[in-house]
Design a protein around this ligand. Structure first.
Ligand code: GAP
Length: 492
């Protein structure tokens, strides 16, 4: 049954809470804004998404390796990368309500309104004025535009009294060591990529990597977002899955195109409707990039970035060479078209950077369905998560038909064999129909029922989540049946 999109989004959020996928962090203390915890099913789903990414990026490429660098890094790294001076958003407060907004976001919303009202000229003029102000870092001009455009506080009907626009650095800082002082300031990393850059020579040398090669990493990143909204889309603590691909200068465009295509393929392999994805080309490039595309997904609130593919040039490695005074050069022994070795150079970098939490939300939204099962005789429905079996938190649930006659013992005996390979859940409470519904709601592909016939011939019924079809199979075949459907071979 199709739902209006905002209702669908609300239902997915409450489903996440009700079934142990995502909880508001520190909920019993009224929560912490834009910070979330993953519950028992959410953490399994998240781990499976990570495994899918890691296998396809690291295991499937003999020239890509994975690392796990520390969250704390030398503070000069963030000077070199440009984050200390440039990783900020222009913010403005309404003194009447004490609410804080991103000045560029207020203007973007106004531009979108002009566009929606068919006033393309006004939209274009405001876009140009805003772009010029941002480029020139002309913060007073941004405020002027907000006032000229008569922009109201989105959360209040009262006339706003705007403060000046100020730059707000998004990095969290803290102190390292016992004595607090400027020299001890360290940052919580705002991207995992820098941990890769500063280890690039360690990995290249210890792994005898030859260009082109990649380094991948999954880990937490932290940003003190000015406005955090839309559930786990914009969080202050989140997780990234990033890969830096080191290439010969001059070949970056070719590799950029390859990774752009490969990454969309990775998304589509999960069976998602291709119409739900699109590329968005960046026209305003980040300080380090010479080309950038986003892969966007059609969320219930519109298309939003899930992943970025960036051609980062040699910016980061050159900056680290300058700030650390350590050579970041790679020696390339291969011969060019004139028969001369390429020799020493700083590699160019193509980056693929996907937000794990956004991928998680996308997966939940895609999978969530309220299915009408009514017949002329009786009204019925179920909520089912049609997750790809490789991503499902629980691969099979095992139910004894009753709590007596040795059925629980037999069910546990079957489970003990299967749990070596799969995440299996045992349930004996409530009628079988209710147990099916609970497993449908968390996306379990198989439910296995142990009944009296099992004790006689060692067969069980297996019920398939999507079709709800049941069949009788030998208990000894379960490993093969489940293994066939949840094998990573189906995705890679
Ligand atoms: N290293 C490049 C980089 O960090 P980015 O576009 O800023 O690029 C990459 O971030 C991805 O991280 C985004 O596509 C998005 O999925 C995710 N992301 C960024 N900020 C986020 C936030 N505040 N909350 C959740 N995910 C975020």
């Amino acid at each position: 049954m199709s739902k209006p999109t905002d209702e669908l989004f609300k239902n997915v959020i409450s489903h996440c809470k009700e079934y142990g996928f995502v909880f508001q962090s520190s909920e019993i203390y009224d929560g912490l804004s834009a910070v979330y915890d993953y519950g028992q099913n959410g953490s399994e789903l998240k781990n499976n998404i990570k495994t899918y990414w890691w296998k396809s990026m690291v295991q499937m490429h003999d020239n890509i390796v994975g690392i796990d660098s520390a969250i704390f890094m030398h503070p000069t790294i963030w000077k070199a990368s440009g984050h200390v001076d440039g990783f900020s958003d222009p913010m403005i407060d309404n003194k009447v309500t004490n609410k804080r907004y991103r000045a560029d976001q207020l203007l973007e919303d106004k531009i979108a309104k002009y566009e929606a009202d068919g006033e393309a000229d006004k939209a274009a003029a405001l876009q140009t004025a805003m772009d010029n102000a941002l480029k020139a870092e002309d913060l007073p001009r941004l405020k002027e535009l907000i006032i000229e455009q008569d922009i109201q506080d989105p959360l209040s009907k009262d006339k706003p009294d705007w403060t000046d626009v100020r730059q707000f650095n998004l990095m969290f800082s803290t102190q390292m060591g016992a004595i607090a002082g400027d020299a001890d300031v360290v940052y919580l990393r705002p991207e995992t990529a820098q941990g890769i850059f500063v280890n690039y020579l360690n990995v290249q040398k210890s792994g005898r990597m030859k260009i082109p090669f990649g380094i991948a990493q999954i880990g937490k990143a932290f940003r003190n977002e000015v406005i955090a909204r839309q559930f786990i889309i914009r969080m202050r603590e989140f997780e990234q899955m990033e890969m830096q691909y080191f290439v010969r200068p001059g070949t970056q465009r070719e590799w950029f195109e390859k990774w752009k295509e490969a990454r969309l393929k990775w998304h589509l392999a999960l069976g998602t409707d291709a119409a739900k994805y699109r590329y968005h080309e960046h026209t305003k490039l980040a300080h380090y990039a010479d080309a950038a595309y986003d892969i966007e997904f059609d969320f219930p609130f519109g298309f939003k970035e899930v992943e970025g593919i960036h051609s980062r040039t040699d910016f980061d490695l050159s900056q680290h060479e300058k700030f650390s005074r350590k050579k970041m050069q790679y020696f390339d022994p291969e011969l060019d078209e004139n028969g001369k070795p390429y020799g020493n150079y700083i590699p160019y970098v193509i980056e693929t950077s996907i937000g794990l939490d956004r991928m998680f939300l996308l997966t939940m939204i895609n999978a969530y369905e309220e299915e009408d099962l009514s017949t002329p005789e009786r009204q019925d429905s179920r909520t089912v998560l049609r997750l790809h079996p490789c991503l499902a938190p629980v691969k099979a649930a095992i139910f004894p038909l009753t709590k007596k006659d040795g059925l629980p013992e037999k069910a546990r005996e079957i489970m003990d064999k299967l749990k070596l390979d799969f995440n299996i859940q045992y349930e004996e409470k409530d009628a079988i129909g209710k147990r099916y519904r609970r497993q449908d709601a968390i996306g379990t592909p198989f439910c296995i029922t142990v009944d009296h016939q099992t004790l006689e011939d060692n067969t069980v019924t297996i019920r398939h989540r999507d079709t709800m079809v049941q069949e009788r199979v030998a208990a000894d075949d379960l490993e093969k049946i489940i293994g066939g459907l949840v094998s990573w071979k189906n995705l890679l």
